[in-house]
Structures are given as C-alpha cells and as structure tokens.
Design a protein around this ligand. Sequence first.
Ligand code: 13P
Length: 323
Amino acid sequence: MSALDAAEILNRARAAGTVVPGFNIPYLPMMGPVVQALRDTDSFGLIAVARLEWEKFESRSLEAVAAEYGRVADARHTRLHLDHVPVIDEDNLTVDFEGIIARAIDAGYQSVMIDGSRLPLAGNVACTRTVAGMAHAAGIPVEAELGAVMGHEAGPLPPYEELFASGRGFTDPEEAGAFVRQTGVDWLSVAVGNVHGAISAARKNETKLAARLNVEHLRRIADRTRVPLVLHGGTGIPKPCILDAIRNGIAKLNIATAIRQPYEALKAQSVPKARQAVYDQVVTIVRDELNIEGNARLIRAALPVATGCAPCTVSHEPLTMNH
Ligand code: 13P
C-alpha cells in the first residue's frame, strides 16, 4: 500500500465508487486524532492544509504541518496534501504561488492544489499549467479549481437559494473538459452548489448552511473531464447529496469546518478534550455520513464496484482515542 501514490489512490477510489476525504488542519494538535480515526475505521484520507490555515489560524507553516505529519502519519491510511494555494487570495492579495508550491514539494507534500479560480479563464489555465509542470516533474498530482466555490471571502454570501437556482459561478462542463486537456491537471475542484465554510474572524463560528448539489450538472462535468472530481465545502451537505455526488464523479471531499469548530469550542478548556472531539467527529463522518468505513481495504485491493459506498465490514463498536 505504501507504494501507492496519491494519484493512484484517487483513481482507485473513483473506480471503486468510494471517496477519499481531505481533512484540513488549522491547528497542529488536530492531526493526530484525524490519523487515528482513519486508522481505527480502516479508511483512507488526505491530511490537508491550505495557505489560509497557516496565515489566519495556527498551523504555523506548510513545513510545520509536514513535520507533524512525519510524526503521526500512517501510510496505510493517509497522504499529505497541500490545499488551496490561491493566486489571488480571499482578501484580493496576489500570492507567490510558485514559491509556495516549490516549498511544498521540497517539504514532501504528496499532492498540491493551485487555485486560480479568482482569475479570468486564461489566467487560471496559465497558472494551472505552470503548477502542473512543477508537480509532475516532482512525480505528484495537482488539483485545480474551475468555477466559484464561495465562502472564504469576508462578508455574507449572496443569498444561497438565488445562487443555487441561477447556477451562478457553477463550473461550466464544456469549459471544464477543455481546461483539463489544456492544463494536464489530475483532479478538478468543481462548483455545483457547494460553498466553503466561513473563515473570517467575524463569521468563523457560524453554523454552516446546508448546501445542496446539482448532481445532474456534476454528471455533465464528469462526462466531459474524466478525471477524479473534488468537492470543496464538504461540511453540512446533506448525506443523500453527498452519496449521489460520489456516484457521479466526486472522488475527493474536503472537510474543514466540521472538525475545526468542535476543536475550537474546547481547546481553551482542555486540548485533550478538543482532540477527542476531533477524533469522534472524524469517526462519525467516515462511518455515518460518508459510509466509507473499511474503504482503505477496498482501495488497496482496487476491487471494481460500479457505484455506491464501500462495504462496511468493520465492527461498529464505539471507538475511543488513546491520548
Ligand atoms: P468546509 O469548511 O465547508 O468543510 O470546506 C472545506 C474545504 O473545502 C477546504 O478546502
């Protein structure tokens, strides 16, 4: 299993009709419980950090996250992924994305994401091509985003029902097909009704809205791209929508708010309790929301299944984390 690279893991997940969750780490002590929960549920996940999590939260730096990963990783259950490296960030600042990607490759990240989605299409294509060249030279896959997955920006979202009904910002299926061909990107993050949880100081504790997904639209994107698709904004999407999305091309699902908020609620009182809350939440997500308990075995064996979730054959006793 340890020989499987991240690209192969997502390809196998997609072929098997399962999903690989990416869990974001805005606080370094959250990582150990995430890894342990993945191990205890025999599932596969990516340990992820986005630039905004070392800029605005407490994961310190991509190197600090890689060092913590080196301490707690389990190659049978995890890979290290660099999430959103924006070209223009949520505050409209220009980012040295090539410098960050180069540092991530040096630090041993096993996949990276370039986010040129705030640029016009040609700019998004150009930066994604550049990063795909860097990542592929280092032998790792690259994810990019096309369309607008909103939510990270300060201030309120436009009214969600209006956004969903109009399809404003949704990834265009034809454009997505051309984008994948022109850039050589391995995984594509799409906008089909999903939104990110808020991260601004004023709104980061809000309960996230229950976003829905236009799965017909997703299917059209999947038909034209034929690469594993990524769903950002995984917190709060109703389970039937998630399972339908997994059956229609989503092979990676990003989750941040659902584990960050329980950690933040308890960390001042007790870090062990906050870590236990993260562990419990990851077990619940894996077992009850994504139905992927046991999917590491499925991915290792690469058993072809047409659709649906991984078989749940691991016992369902309550698990407790050892601190
Ligand atoms: P949520 O905060 O909605 O789970 O989104 C996480 C995400 O997409 C990180 O890239």
